[in-house]
Design a protein around this ligand. Structure first.
Ligand code: KMH
Ligand code: ZN
Length: 272
């Protein structure tokens, strides 16, 4: 089996310090947390930016600060969000791609997201994909529902995405596909044979689906964006604590952890 790529999704757009006081918000805090996750075995850091008061933002300058601070401390692959927060405009969301980070997320369809709607209409997806081509950014295709895989395959035909594709199954968002073992088994059979995939289970689905991914040869994403608890009713102390647990279980299951350079190779990323 391939070495294991662990992604740490540190901050997200929805969470507040009221829910978990350990949430990293400022660029310094995010970079410090990224370093601790990288030390623990994460090779990809998925980032969202916040204003100093905690409001989610896609401000290019704040992303620039976060990326530089992470790169000063580690060789982790930085993956920026183009999802931002529900309600943001496409132009706001796509800003960090123009910084030419190594990776960015690309959600290939719309989905209800809690009480809101995460809008990703076809022309917007094409615009984001073109921007990623122009800036030399590797997309990670975010899959909240099965039709998003079919949409990604259509974009390959249009020349807007190219094989090998890398997917992230985000299962358990209220409004999206629930985080069940059956759904993971179903989705992975829809992928092209040379695709790679990561499992991001939301809330209580995070750990069991991560363990399934370890066994099935997939990769794993953990972090406060997806889950703030270590166990039922017990808040996680840090993102790194969640990464450390995956590394421990992966060791028991004979899945050595990939370094960032190894992850670049596994994901067929040009700039290793
Ligand atoms: N915050 C969600 C609405 C991504 O990073 O690309 C979307 C999201 C996905 O977080
Ligand atoms: Zn995100």
């Amino acid at each position: 089996m391939e070495k294991l790529i662990i992604t740490a999704a540190l901050t997200g757009a929805e969470l507040s310090r009221q829910e978990n006081p350990n949430l990293p918000i400022s660029p310094e805090e995010i970079a410090g947390e990224a370093k601790r996750c990288w030390d623990a075995g994460a090779s990809i850091i998925h980032i969202h930016a916040r204003q100093p008061d905690g409001t989610p933002t896609q401000d290019k300058e704040i992303y620039r600060e976060i990326i530089q601070a992470i790169q000063q401390r580690s060789d982790a692959i930085v993956q920026v969000s183009t999802g931002g927060a529900v309600g943001m405009s496409p132009e706001e969301r796509v800003q960090p791609v123009t910084l030419a980070p190594e990776m960015a997320t690309l959600t290939t369809g719309s989905v209800n997201f809690g009480q809101g709607v995460f809008h990703n209409p076809p022309e917007m997806i094409r615009h984001f994909a073109r921007k990623m081509i122009d800036c030399g950014v590797k997309p990670e295709i975010e899959v909240f529902d099965s039709g998003m895989i079919a949409n990604a395959l259509s974009l390959v035909k249009e020349g807007l995405l190219s094989h090998p594709l890398h997917f992230d199954f985000v299962l358990g968002v209220p409004g999206g596909m629930p985080g069940t073992p059956e759904n993971l088994m179903f989705l992975r059979h829809l992928l092209p044979p040379d695709a790679t995939w990561t499992m991001a289970g939301i809330g209580r689905a995070e750990l069991p689906l991560a363990v399934m991914a370890l066994v099935l040869g997939g990769h794993v994403r953990v972090g406060f964006e997806d889950n703030i608890y270590y166990s039922k009713g017990v808040l996680a102390q840090s993102n790194a604590q969640l990464v450390e647990r995956v590394v421990r279980i992966a060791g028991e299951l004979n899945r050595p952890v990939a370094t960032p350079s190894e992850a670049r190779e596994i994901l067929s990323m040009g700039r290793s």
